[in-house]
Design a protein around this ligand. Structure first.
Ligand code: ASP
Length: 419
């Protein structure tokens, strides 16, 4: 068995769906196919959750009708029996207009998961109308999680049992990315961009031959073309390098995806749905690590430095307190460094969580921070590469390990601020 995953960009309109159907017919008529929500539906559903939590009935109606119109326009261009889709619309409408609202995270998962359900219901109906043998599987019945809403943790034993019993026989086995269910029957999502992870879960549980993730880029590149004019396609990548690149922020693969397939030595192909015959990138058990430097850029970073008020040292007790504060605020640390009397971290400058976190931290520390920074990570660096990326930049902090360097830089003339 092989597992194929198509992301939202590949099924964003009727032409995209026809193209995906052609790839399925040609390349995976008997395999597992995992599909995300169409286009930017997940973002729209997030808006719906916000309107629901803030009890804004007009906004709820407006967002709901945008979502319905978008999917209806796609269905109007395709042939198929779409009655199941209308049931999902009704469920969604009822949920956001009448159901009593639970916690934000729980509501989020019940509402946002509809994107994947709608998308796969439309695609299965279209494939059936094309006489493609296909079965629709509800991923919620197969992937068992805990109730850590929005970041569900998989119960591997139960999930493996369910998947191996259900996924048998010929024909396409079509299912949703990103979603699972807790033991008490509530929908739980696996984190934004979690459909890659779903593909890895299926592959792990089925001891699959391979996983293929279809993207709108030719494969994994050594840098994001958004920031670099000249990029190189990486034909093969070791699991270790793939994990490191994903961890530092390369967006092409979800970080959680690699470990399950690495544990079973299952190769992962990243290919373009725009050029389906091109080989793309393979991640697997290769001996040779990358020879080309890879670059990961993160913009809108803030460097926060904490100094104990009483001139004591930065030691285990205040570090555990600091980490506790960051974890509670849900702020992920991209880089950290400590000296005897200061502790510095670099984080994404989230307008919601960072000001709150800073004002909490200033109760216990003297806090200074620099905004509008960039964090540049280079894997397999050399000095010439570092010098090249530092042209016209001011270096604030540098951290090197054997293979990876991280540089915190400023492009403009913003100064430091302190409390
Ligand atoms: N639809 C979800 C998201 O946009 C999951 C995915 O596409 O991977 O995050």
């Amino acid at each position: 068995m092989r597992v194929f995953k198509f992301g939202g960009a590949s099924v964003k309109d009727a032409n995209g769906i026809r193209n995906v159907a052609d790839i399925i017919k040609a390349q995976c008529p008997n395999e597992v196919v995992v599909i995300s929500a169409m286009g930017k539906t997940t973002n729209a559903l997030e808006e719906l959750v916000a309107a629901c939590i803030n009890q804004q009935p007009d906004r709820i109606r407006a967002v709901l009708s945008t979502i319905k119109e978008y999917h209806s326009a796609i269905m109007n261009e395709l042939e198929g029996d779409f009655s199941a889709v209308h049931e999902t619309f009704s469920f969604l409408e009822e949920y956001v207009t009448t159901k009593s609202v639970g916690s934000y995270n729980e509501t989020y998962d019940q509402v946002v998961s509809a994107g994947e359900i709608l998308s796969t219901q439309i695609i299965v109906a279209y494939l059936q109308a094309q006489y493609v043998p296909v079965t629709w599987f509800d991923a919620r019945q197969l992937i068992r999680t805990d109730t850590n809403f929005r970041e569900g943790r998989v119960d591997w034993q139960e999930t493996a049992l369910r998947i191996s019993q259900a996924i048998v026989g010929k024909g396409v086995k079509l299912t949703q990315g990103f979603i699972g269910q807790s033991a008490d029957g509530r929908t739980v999502t696996l984190g934004r961009d979690g459909s890659d992870y779903t593909a890895a879960i299926f592959a792990y549980c089925l001891n699959a031959q391979s996983v293929t993730i279809w993207k709108d880029v030719p494969g994994v590149l050594n840098a994001d073309p958004k920031w670099f004019d000249e990029t190189v396609l990486l034909e093969t990548i070791t699991y270790q390098d793939a994990i490191e690149l994903a961890y530092y922020g390369a967006t092409v693969i979800h970080p959680k995806t690699i470990k399950p397939i690495q544990n079973k030595g299952i190769p992962l192909h990243v290919r373009s749905f725009l050029t389906p015959d091109a080989p793309g990138t393979t991640i697997g058990n290769f001996k040779q690590h990358l020879l080309t430097p890879s670059f990961i850029f993160k913009v809108n970073q803030v460097l926060i430095s904490l100094h104990p008020n009483d001139f004591s040292f930065i030691a285990e007790d205040n570090l555990s307190h600091i980490f506790g504060r960051f974890a509670m605020a849900g702020v992920k640390i991209n880089l950290m460094q400590n000296t005897a009397i200061s502790f510095s971290v670099v984080v994404d400058n989230d307008p919601d969580s960072i000001p709150r976190l800073l004002s909490q931290l200033k109760n216990d520390f003297r806090v200074s921070y620099n905004e509008n920074l960039e964090l540049i990570t280079i894997r397999y660096y050399d000095q010439a590469t570092i010098d090249r990326v530092l042209v016209h930049k001011k270096l604030l902090l540098e951290q090197k390990s054997r293979y990876t360097v991280q540089l915190v830089v400023r492009d403009g003339s913003q100064g430091q601020r302190s409390f």
